[in-house]
Design a protein around this ligand. Structure first.
Ligand SMILES: CC(C)(COP(=O)(O)OP(=O)(O)OC[C@H]1O[C@@H](n2cnc3c(N)ncnc32)[C@H](O)[C@@H]1OP(=O)(O)O)[C@@H](O)C(=O)NCCC(=O)NCCS
Length: 192
């Protein structure tokens, strides 16, 4: 699931200088903040394994140009070492909601509180944009992600969800069989 331009405000309150706990007991200064549409250049230097794939300029421009697509990044000395992406979306019958799409922290920077700050940053932006709820799903076996979401105030839903994906590109979309992407996930879907 991916996500566009609107009432986003990109001000000073969108950034926070997070004091990140270093495993060696040092305190590093890493900036965690949401990117503005004009800040594609920030993603010129991205550490390995922050995103699933290399950032593509056209995809990035489309993403940042969409006011409902949110991207929080953690920047360490000019290099993006973590990110959390989200999508603000509406319903005809419900107030705006925030879907937390992906969170990734470079292995070199994991377990220092960065994931927590990135998710908090995204949730804060969602609140600013009048979202009344945020949700995220992950694989049942992803212990790190589940701990992260619990640590940032996420409440685990009691019911299990099964996710289906459809190939919509011409090569694969013969319109026959939807692919079952995974088994039960920890995330809520009902009513979303
Ligand atoms: C999930 C991920 C983003 C966590 O990032 P992080 O910066 O290491 O997380 P934090 O340091 O902020 O830790 C947040 C909480 O998760 C816990 N945690 C982090 N990694 C953990 C692990 N491997 N095992 C168990 N708990 C873990 C921390 O102890 C902390 O919990 P606490 O506050 O109760 O002590 C990171 O492991 C990652 O990028 N994983 C690969 C991509 C992924 O699976 N993303 C999520 C699904 S889209």
């Amino acid at each position: 699931m991916e996500g566009h331009r609107g009432p986003c405000r990109y001000g000073v309150d969108a950034s926070l200088d997070a004091e990140i706990e270093d495993l060696d007991g040092r305190i590093e200064s890493v900036v965690v903040r949401c990117l503005a549409p004009t800040e594609a250049g920030v993603l010129q230097h991205v550490a390995r394994d922050v995103f699933d794939h290399n950032v593509r300029e056209d995809y990035l421009q489309a993403f940042l140009g969409d006011p409902n697509s949110l991207l929080a990044v953690a920047i360490d000395d000019g290099v993006v070492v973590g990110m959390a992406s989200g999508l603000v979306y509406g319903h005809p019958d419900k107030p705006l909601q925030l879907f937390v799409n992906e969170v990734g922290v470079a292995p070199t920077h994991q377990l220092r509180g960065l994931g927590r700050e990135l998710v908090r940053c995204l949730l804060a932006r969602g609140r600013e944009l009048a979202c009344t709820e945020a949700w995220v799903a992950t694989e049942e076996e992803n212990a790190a992600a589940r701990r992260l979401y619990a640590a940032t105030g996420g409440r685990e839903e009691a019911s299990r969800t099964v996710m289906y994906t459809y190939a919509l590109n011409d090569d694969e979309a013969d319109g026959v069989e939807p692919a079952v992407a995974s088994g039960a996930t920890a995330g809520p879907i009902r009513g979303r």
